[in-house]
Design a protein around this ligand. Structure first.
Ligand code: GUN
Length: 899
């Protein structure tokens, strides 16, 4: 039985790769550095203190310890030129590295395919040649050997070697824990400069796996090695189903698909590293690969990546995302370590050219934007001293020399074929890459990008005036980017297969929606107080300042306790996702720690979110007030950094500058926040604005120099196109026009406006729309008693009808089409994400909710009847449906909730 241990010593009787319901050992991602928790004994420079260490170390253990140390300066030398350390060190790091390499070779890596006109590798391969390991190959293999090799040298000396881990699939289909090995690749020949390549060897038979359980194995001796199949469909399927399967290698160097042949490479089991990792002297690779030991905590990143690759929903997204943030060794060498401007380390995103025309049933091909200009400065820099390590002390140096000699003595076992790529111009160095023939290269250029699709009814809002109901539609999504790659309507059933084929979507990855089911875009909640999740519905009818001091501040103060915050926020984010809210703009409490936890939670659960610490340094009780302007701003900056660290490319998260409202903030604090806003032009801003009479009066008495809130907030630099102003119920025409001119977004919160804060209030939404302003819906949960955007839509209708009545018909009430638009596309505009989300336009990210109106869902919605047209079913959902009708929710192509 497989077991998973929280430390290297304790053993739990669970199989983490099988028993999804069991809770794995807890794990806290460290935000500042992507290092994973290490078991105490795994540090390179620490003395071992466990039973295994208490015993007299064997020669092998001494060697392991010294060689690990010896590797440190070498790794440092490699790091200087941007390459990751390659010398085998602790197993934690090996597992972390293996996780990153594996991630980068699979569809988990969302980086765009390399540009055809991107930088050239010295071998002559273009970046276009990179592909991913097809999922079918991973599903069917018997084991994986994951390693990287560094070859470095100047004309008179060269050094080549690497390290990695092997995992095997056990009889019950689950993965064994990893066993460590080193790779010796002497025979690198004369070379100049430095090269690093990552390799995943797919072991297709038990025999190949068994060979790895020997202390020493020469690759190629146990069956031939071939380059793994690439692409999709028939080629891969037939390769997978062949009985006499070779071992397949997938390799990359500097982000390029590399054609290094690895036959003859020697693999030496690191029994001493294994012994220390598993706390069992003499443990064999065989025992580890049979799965007779626990998965140690240090292997968690690899473990989570494997879970994700198996398509399991319970993998730890935070860990897998963190794994994906750090480039694997062969790509790190190219990246500018400190700058996201690097061609490899930045958000490698694609943009679509959108020429889709649903009515005419045309599909838009998904095209790359022209590649960024490749400047000479971007070329890899070769350093002739790169291979020369800085030697810290003689013992390390001697050890290293001995190891080189030892490896040299087994040179007869090494074999790199000679038909290699172009010579290095400067000194005739031969690179160990094979130039692909033109044909091979173009065959490889198809990017393996597993996509999925839905076929059925889709409903979305191309504009505020239009509700589009697409029947017999196919929406295809790239699993790696999460973007919509095609949208076609009116496809007869008998043409679906053929259409999917043309789109490159495997038929088994297409969901056929039933009658009564349809897809809508994910809802956007533009105004939500995360810490008020527990107080929803309390204090109905109270006026705003009384409600804040009587109900809200005591409740929010509880978030000083991070554990409480963790618990409530986990509950809240799951609760919002299940209600189809794929994007939210959250106010946190005033606590920096709790705000960071809120951001972590959204990222982990896969919700797209703006997250802001509430700034408030006055007019609240001592127990719930920022200590000073300085402290409030410092905590804000800390939260900004945290979010930038955990989601550097803003895949899901952004910090939002959040002065609670002017009553809570001294002028200096507003000014400080305005200054943060001007220094961070990408950060959105949110605050409460003209919410209620009591609030407006109090605000203007605190800021007597101003006659209205537009003047006040704009004075402090807080009114911008990226500002989200909640409420805006009491507006003069002049103020509305000013906000329209400033292009601020409005978060319309009808639920709270009519129940808490100021009696019965209704914002002039029709006026806002007439002025062309950006308007979205906010639940304002918990001022709003409901956190359902469906309720917000319904309440928006009611509020607008009240304004229509009060204006004797001048201000027309909203329509169902309009409130649906506000809840999706309107919200996306308010949050500045209309190019990314809000509807199903090709090129946008797939944020969607699968609605099921059939009575089988057990809801109390108005039942649908056979003769109901789609529009009628849709209306029934909007007016009477709830989360029981939302059977699946997707964010950025990832399923984040299902019933
Ligand atoms: N509705 C609402 N208005 C506010 N104004 C200041 N704080 C709040 C709040 O938490 N909710």
């Amino acid at each position: 039985m497989t077991i998973y241990s929280a430390s290297n010593r304790s053993i739990e009787s669970i199989d983490p790769l099988k028993q999804a319901t069991q809770t794995p050992p807890s794990y806290t991602p460290q935000s500042e550095t992507p290092q994973y928790q290490q078991s105490p004994r795994m540090s390179e420079h620490q003395e071992y203190s466990t039973p295994i260490a208490a015993a007299k170390p064997t020669i092998g253990e001494r060697f392991h310890k010294i060689s690990s140390k010896a590797g440190w300066p070498l790794n440092k030398a490699a790091n200087v030129i941007g390459a990751e350390g390659w010398w085998p060190t602790s197993m934690d790091k090996e597992c972390n590295k293996a996780a990153r390499i594996l991630h980068s070779f699979t569809q988990l890596d969302s980086s765009a395919p390399p540009k055809a006109n991107g930088p050239m590798h010295p071998t002559g391969l273009t970046r276009k040649s990179m592909v991913k390991i097809p999922p079918a190959v991973l599903r069917n293999c018997a084991g994986l050997a994951i390693f990287n090799v560094l070859r470095a040298g100047a004309c008179h000396s060269s050094l080549a070697g690497g390290s990695g881990v092997i995992i095997a699939r056990r009889d019950d289909g689950t993965w064994s824990p990893p066993s460590a090995f080193i790779v010796t690749t002497l025979g690198a020949g004369f070379m100049f400069g430095l090269d690093v390549y990552d390799c995943v060897c797919v072991l297709n038979t038990q025999e190949q796996v068994s060979a790895f359980t020997n202390p020493r194995v020469s690759l190629g001796a146990e069956g031939s090695i071939a380059m793994g199949p690439v692409g999709t469909g028939g080629h891969v399927e037939s390769a997978v189903s062949k009985t006499a399967k070779p071992m397949w290698s997938y390799m990359k160097s500097r982000g390029l698909w590399a054609g290094v042949q690895i036959d003859g490479t020697i693999i030496l089991s690191r029994s001493d590293a294994n012994g220390l990792f598993y706390n069992e002297r003499g443990i064999t690779a065989k025992k580890i690969l049979r799965g007779d030991v626990a998965w140690p905590m240090g292997a968690k990143p690899l473990f989570e990546v494997l879970k994700a690759l198996e398509g399991r929903l319970d993998y730890d997204r935070t860990i897998v995302q963190e794994v994906g943030m750090v480039p694997p060794p062969s790509e790190a060498i190219m990246s500018d370590k400190d700058s996201s401007a690097s061609i490899y380390s930045g958000p490698r995103e694609r943009h679509a050219e959108e020429t889709h025309n649903v009515a005419s049933n045309e599909t838009t091909a998904y095209r790359d934007e022209p590649a960024p200009e490749y400047k000479d400065d971007d070329k890899p820099q070769y350093n002739k001293d790169a291979g020369k390590p800085e030697h810290k002390d003689d013992e390390e140096y001697d050890m290293l020399a001995d190891e080189k000699e030892r490896l040299a003595s087994s040179a007869e076992l090494l074999r790199f074929p000679g038909n290699c790529g172009p010579s290095h111009k400067a000194c005739g160095t031969t690179y160990l890459f094979h130039r692909q023939s033109g044909n091979e290269l173009s065959n490889m250029s198809t990017t393996e990008d597993l996509s999925f699709a839905f076929y059925g009814t889709l409903i979305h809002s191309p504009s505020v005036q239009t509700l589009e109901i697409l029947e017999q539609a196919i929406v295809a999504v790239s699993a790696s980017t999460g973007r919509i790659i095609a949208l076609q309507a009116n496809i007869p059933k008998d043409q679906v297969e053929q259409t999917l084929k043309a789109l490159g979507v495997p038929p088994d990855r297409t969901t056929h929606l039933l009658s009564g089911q349809f897809l809508i875009p994910g809802f956007v909640d533009t105004h939500n107080h995360a810490p008020q999740w527990m107080q929803r519905g309390l204090g109905q009818g109270m006026h705003i300042l009384d409600w804040l001091s009587g109900v809200t501040f005591p409740n929010e103060a509880r978030f000083r306790d991070p554990e409480y915050a963790r618990r409530v926020y986990a509950d809240m984010v799951v609760g919002m996702l299940r209600q189809g809210v794929t994007t939210a703009s959250y106010y946190g409490s005033l606590h920096g720690d709790a705000t960071c936890i809120l951001a972590d939670t959204c990222l982990k659960k896969g919700q797209r979110a703006f997250v802001g610490k509430c700034n408030m340094n006055r007019n609240s009780p001592d127990f719930y007030r920022d200590a000073s302007v300085e402290e409030s701003l410092a905590e804000t900056e800390r939260c900004i950094r945290h979010i930038q660290t955990i989601d550097p490319s803003n895949k899901l998260l952004k910090y939002v500058i959040t002065p609670r409202f002017a009553i809570s903030c001294e002028g200096d604090l507003l000014a400080g926040l305005g200054s943060i806003a001007s220094r961070n032009p990408d950060l959105p801003i949110q605050t409460h604005f003209n919410e209620a009479e009591q609030e407006v009066k109090a605000t203007l008495s605190l800021f007597p120099d101003f006659t209205n809130e537009v003047d006040l907030y704009s004075h402090y630099g807080l009114l911008k196109p990226r500002s989200i102003l909640a409420h805006c119920t009491i507006m003069t025409d002049a103020e509305t026009q000013r906000l329209a001119d400033l292009d601020c977004g409005i978060a319309h919160c009808p639920t709270s406006n009519m129940t808490v804060g100021g009696g019965f209030m209704a914002a002039p939404v029709r006026e806002f729309l007439n002025c062309g302003m950006k308007v979205g819906l906010g639940t304002d949960s918990g001022g709003g008693f409901s956190s359902s955007i469906l309720d917000s839509m319904r309440h928006a209708l009611i509020a607008s009808f009240s304004r229509e009545a009060a204006s004797a018909g001048r201000e027309k009430g909203l329509t169902l089409e309009e409130v649906f638009y506000l809840s999706t596309m309107g919200g996306a505009r308010v949050m500045g994400m209309d190019d990314k989300i809000g509807n199903f336009k090709v090129g946008k990210e797939f944020d969607a909710v699968v609605i099921d109106m059939n009575t089988a869902r057990g809801g109390v919605n108005a039942p649908i009847e056979e003769e109901d047209e789609l529009r009628r079913v849709f209306d029934k959902f909007l007016m009477t449906g709830d989360d029981r009708n939302m059977i699946e929710v997707f964010v950025k192509g990832q399923k984040v909730h299902s019933l």
